[in-house]
Ligand binder design. Sequence first.
Ligand code: ADP
Length: 479
Amino acid sequence: MNKILYVCSEAFPLIKTGGLADVAGSLPAALLSKSQDVRLVLPAYPEVLSKIKKQKIIAKSQYYMQSVNIIETKLPGTKVITWLIDCPAAFNRPGGPYTDQHGDEWHDNAFRYTILCHAAVDLSLNRLSINWQPNLVHCNDWQTGLVPALLSLYINSPKTIFTIHNIAYQGNFDQQMFNDLHLPKELWHMHGVEYYGKFSFMKAGIAYANKITTVSPNYAKEILTDEFGYGLSGLLNHRKDDLSGIVNGIDEKHWNPGTDELIVQKYNQQSLPQKVINKTALQKELKLANSKKTPLIGMVSRLVEQKGLNLILEHIETIISNNKVQFVILGAGNFHYEMLLCELAEKYPKQLSVTIGYNEALAHQIEAASDLFLMPSTFEPCGLNQLYSLRYGTLPIVTPVGGLVDTVIPATSENIQNNTANGFMLEGDNLVETIEHALSLYQQAKTWKQLQLTAMKAHFTWKNVAGHYIQLYDSLKSS
Ligand code: ADP
């Protein structure tokens, strides 16, 4: 059994901005179910505090003259012991975890997440009189990158794993910030936290962790290249032997069309024809033309360049004007994309519905209602939405990048023949042609059903995923 301190900046259902929260909300519970002793560490944002029931302060500390309480609770819906780092100066404010109400990064993010890291280090070293010491510390994304760096300065500190969920967000700050935070000077060098004269949290994690993982084998390969490595491919190549990729799972409690309470009509592989009831209900709800036969393409996404918004905006009118298809889009992000999509929805109200905002229930309804799911990302570390789509028999249309390659098998005639096809993959930027191909297969009911059933059979369970992480953890025990 391992004793694992799992450190991250968001975890579903307490706080979520993206896929990281889904992972942190599921993996610790799956590890627990496989007899690992795991504790989750998370900042006590106001939203988090408002959602927890039982809580008690189990330790106190102080960083940068700010008092910090360690609050113990359980991750709702699980037995995972969760330690919240309650430092009001850093985390108690309105807005998102990383950005203010206007979407601008908090000016003091380096300070905020250094506090999270200091607290995690103290917990790792059992310095807060809690009487529990991990043998492994699993850190996630840049917000936790200083943990492996700081722990490297101690003899006999726990081994560390650093998981990259998205290398594009690195937490880079000025050197002055490093000095102001009084971080140990011995970390400041080109093999440490220094990154072209800047101070980089992400680089710290990669440089100092004992093992580095990312969320799909294909992304693990891609980040070794200049194109996808965002300036860190050199260091990653240097650490290649310690780098691996493990595809995420999905939370079957929340994402299962057979039990999903948020959708109008539950269905499974046997009752697949009932899926269409979700489509007509959503068409009605969103005031799209009511038609069982018209293929519906869904999209639930952060509206940022990474998610292929430029490509979509370039071609969506061509696709819509063929009058053969409907789109339903849910997302929030870049104001420019939000505005352009809303303008298009006004122009084509019967064919295109755009909802700006974050809406968990609607996300489920879109997965259940749609025939196809659009995800033409420019890069995609793992991607969860294509996994949900597969589970819901909603065939994903994806680009050949990152985890999309590891999980979507394109409907070529050969793959259809072999019963392995479960979606569609662009070649270059042939979005229009790929959608045309999908729509032509949609007209072949038997083939379509076969594709859907193959998709629904794919099982990305957290239990399996946890097994892979445990193998990695165990390999660190013997090293
Ligand atoms: P990323 O982490 O890059 O945003 P993923 O596909 O890995 O992309 O995960 C996105 C997660 O966030 C999914 O669970 C998806 O359903 C959810 N999501 C994204 N945007 C919204 C939204 N506007 N409303 C509801 N859920 C959303």
